[in-house]
Write a protein that binds this ligand. Structure first.
Ligand SMILES: [Zn+2]
Length: 128
């Protein structure tokens, strides 16, 4: 990207205080992430705004996820962004309990229930 494109990029960010969320003001993709489009060598590029925002601070995000600490997908504040692996993202979700949002019982509980009930019927059969 050239300087002009980078300038255009920053114009689309609603920059606020360091600790606040800097929302992307332009196009939002269907997952809720900011999307930046530019043309280079007559090729069109579609980039995720928060990834660009972090990479412009000198962080190498190649092959990595860019994670939001604020859970705001539109946010482009590098202070709220860090690069990480898919596994780290999953751990993050677990810690915040988001993976249990469906209110389903965790699999191992179901397993225990099933084991217990088989054992009960076995004992019952034996006594007959
Ligand atoms: Zn934020």
């Amino acid at each position: 990207m050239n300087e002009k494109q980078i300038e255009n990029f920053y114009k689309r960010i609603d920059k606020k205080e360091d600790h606040e969320c800097w929302n992307w003001k332009s196009k939002i993709d269907r997952y809720g992430y900011g999307e930046f489009r530019y043309v280079q060598n007559s090729k069109r590029y579609y980039k995720l705004a928060h990834r660009l925002a972090l990479s412009f601070t000198g962080v190498d995000v190649t092959g990595k996820l860019v994670l939001h600490s604020c859970d705001n997908r539109k946010c482009c504040n590098p202070n709220h962004l860090r690069s990480g692996t898919h596994q780290e993202n999953m751990n993050d979700m677990k810690e915040r309990g988001r993976s249990l949002k469906g209110k389903k019982k965790p699999k191992f509980f179901l397993k225990i229930e099933r084991l217990t009930s088989t054992e009960t019927s076995k004992t019952h059969n034996d006594s007959e």
